[in-house]
Ligand binder design. Structure first.
Ligand code: COA
Length: 172
């Protein structure tokens, strides 16, 4: 019988630079991940951004599957007064579609609510990003609204969907 892969979250180490750079520089999913205009991202520019702390979240995780790093998940823009934070997630291209992102997100949500005492998590996602929206829905996020035609994505305008999850709705 095949063993289920074990998905865990862990801290970022120096050895993860290649993975994180490959995700950050992936032009195919640039608009899905970033509000900045798409552009080739050199390793030197990526390192400079990291050194300036521009890529740091409030809780940065590597998603690991059976010990292999497959992606990242971050809680950022944390508001300690209102107790909410934004979530970001991305996997390497070859690792998508196998449930790893959904399980990694589930664990990040558990961390946010259970360990950092947050009461609301939210994110923004392109309306065309069906896999991401399905994944977030499986974890419990619901659509809260949208910015109509807010994003320019590979030749057309697209809605940006707001999704959120309250701790009171969370069935960890
Ligand atoms: C978004 C992302 C993190 C999701 O993680 P993942 O591991 O690929 O997601 P899963 O394999 O758990 O799939 C989630 C669901 O989406 C569904 N799905 C996959 N592709 C789909 C598609 N094209 N249309 C509709 N649903 C789709 C899957 O069927 C799955 O549901 P199921 O388990 O009931 O079958 C990952 O795909 C990714 O890194 N994408 C590129 C970066 C990105 O878009 N980040 C999000 C920015 S908001």
């Amino acid at each position: 019988m095949l063993e289920e892969p074990i998905v865990t979250l862990r801290a970022v180490s120096d050895d993860d630079e290649d993975l994180l750079y490959r995700i950050a520089a992936d032009l195919d999913t640039w608009e899905e991940r970033s509000p900045a205009s798409p552009a080739p991202l050199s390793l030197a520019a990526y390192r400079a951004r990291r050194a300036r702390g521009e890529l740091d979240g409030d809780a940065d995780f590597i998603i690991s599957v059976d010990g292999r790093a497959v992606g990242r998940c971050t809680l950022f823009h944390e508001d300690r007064l209102a107790r909410h934070a934004e979530v970001g997630i991305a996997l390497l291209p070859d690792e998508r579609g196998r449930g790893y992102g959904t399980e990694g997100l589930r664990q990040a949500v558990e961390f946010g609510f259970g360990r950092r005492n947050l009461r609301r998590l939210y994110l923004w996602v392109l309306a065309s990003n069906r896999a991401a929206i399905a994944s977030y829905g499986k974890v419990g996020f619901v659509e809260e609204g949208r910015h109509r035609e807010h994003c320019w994505v590979r030749g057309r305008y697209e809605d940006e969907v707001a999704m959120g999850l309250l701790r009171s709705e969370w069935r960890g």
